[in-house]
Design a protein around this ligand. Structure first.
Ligand code: PGA
Length: 269
């Protein structure tokens, strides 16, 4: 199989704190399981709340359906009240972990702490999904400089041999959540995907375009937008909040992602 034929899209569901009952998080996954195997061109990742992770039966997550976490502790000391370590996540077969989501940065999570979290995850072979994004856009393009700073600072201390194992999710704050007026469009996403790769490349002195997978997140909810974001944005997948909470809204997006990849109407980077 060629590299292009092997490519898949990542559909990551960030359930946040939204599902009050563990049974709802469990039944979401069992609904997905019923049809997900046939969507071979998509890797779906469900990131439930910590307290729900242990409710899934062993071996629930395999093949193209994987388990993710929404956060991790910045170190592995055993005396950190209220924290959850990368080792504990690994014990539950967590394969991905979101770090630096704007809803955590808002409450004081710094780029330095995020860089520490990324390092503990990489040691445990858990793929970090690093979120970056601007609050607003200014005409002079200062937000691009800020984004570059966010990326560089969140990657401090990460070795060159590991950095391409990190996924980067572009999540503009103005596009996230129920108050958002719109999602970013394909062109806006493409511009930032290029900036992310260029920043990593400059930082580490890569001679080829780095292979980091780039996701987009923020009000992803319908098939038409998804198609435009994939075709024009040339990204590798999505980090989805509200639309991932229920199989009736998440599955159609997964199905569409699979269709786009199968019909190969475009090339992703
Ligand atoms: P949303 O959230 O899809 O509900 O806008 C995305 C996110 O915060 O990751």
């Amino acid at each position: 199989m060629t590299e292009q034929e092997n490519k898949k899209l990542y559909m990551v569901g960030n359930l946040k704190m939204a599902l009050g009952r563990g049974e709802d998080a469990v039944s979401l996954v069992s609904d997905l399981k019923k049809s997900i195997l046939k969507y071979k061109k998509v890797e779906t990742v469900v990131c439930p709340s910590f307290v729900h992770i242990g409710m899934y039966k062993k071996n629930t997550f395999k093949n193209n359906l994987q388990l993710g976490a929404q956060n991790v502790s910045w170190n592995e000391k055993d005396s950190l009240t209220g924290e959850v370590s990368a080792a504990q996540l690994q014990d539950f077969d967590v394969k991905y972990c979101i770090v630096g989501h704007s809803e955590r940065r808002k409450y004081g999570e710094t780029d330095f702490v995020i860089s520490q979290k990324i390092q503990t995850l990489l040691k445990r072979n858990i793929t970090p999904i690093l979120c970056v994004g601007e609050e607003t856009r200014d005409e002079k393009g200062m937000y691009l400089k800020n984004l570059e700073g966010q990326i560089k600072n969140s990657l401090q201390g990460i070795l060159k041999k590991n950095v391409q194992n990190i996924m980067v999710a572009y999540e503009p704050l103005w596009a996230i959540g129920k108050d958002a007026k719109r999602s970013a469009n394909g062109k806006e996403i493409e511009e930032i995907a290029i900036l992310i790769k260029r920043t990593i490349s400059d930082m580490y002195g890569f001679t080829k375009i780095p292979e980091n997978k780039i996701l987009y997140g923020g009000s992803v909810s319908n098939k038409k937008d998804l198609q435009e974001m994939v075709v024009d944005g040339k990204i590798d997948g999505f980090l989805i909040g509200r639309a991932s909470l229920f199989s009736k809204t998440f599955l159609p997006l997964i199905e569409e992602a699979n269709r786009l990849m199968t019909e190969k109407k475009y090339e992703i980077n």
